[in-house]
Design a protein around this ligand. Sequence first.
Ligand code: SAH
Ligand code: MG
Length: 192
Amino acid sequence: MIEQLEQYAKEHKIPIMLKDGIDYLCNYIKEHNIKNILEIGTAIGYSAIRMAQVSPDISITTIEKDEERYNLAKENIKHLNLENRIRVIYGDALETVIEGTFDLIFIDASKGHSIDFFKRYLSNLKQDGVIITDNLSFHGLVEDDSLAVTKNQRSIVKKIKKFIEFLDNHQEFVTKYINVGDKISISRRNSC
Ligand code: SAH
Ligand code: MG
């Protein structure tokens, strides 16, 4: 089933997490005993399913704005009998209001909006929680912006650089960057 999802994503050009990235994330969840997760950007449910499979006492809320992907995610999650542990919300995460607090907030939606998601869901993070964001490299374009040829790519690169600057200058959080997948950031509160 997992392989089928990977195959489907490849065929339909759906940007699910790269293998070493999701493996790293699942390991991190295990090692830090993370139980409640808020994910921004479900796509077809691949990363949510992978994270849920780390342990049977993990629960996930995940938000997707694309109706077709939302429906596919629901189907895939049901197929694996994970609908009690993965709640999929259909909506734009720039506007969604979520109740409750989480051990992990995983941001993996539109690459140019990470600052907005970070700020918006900060109140949903437990005191000792962690915010992990995907796509800090944007296929290497952030490190070498001469590779960004289209206007859209340049705009995204600029926004990712701004996000990195935002993280590096954040008073409350300490961030480390891990070069797995498309590069992720891991942000924790200073005191934790
Ligand atoms: N986390 C997934 C991949 C997500 S791809 C995995 O690894 O399996 C990014 C997804 O974010 C896309 O499906 C896109 O439709 C969704 N997205 C982008 N902007 C969004 C927003 N503002 N609110 C909710 N979903 C969004
Ligand atoms: Mg991603």
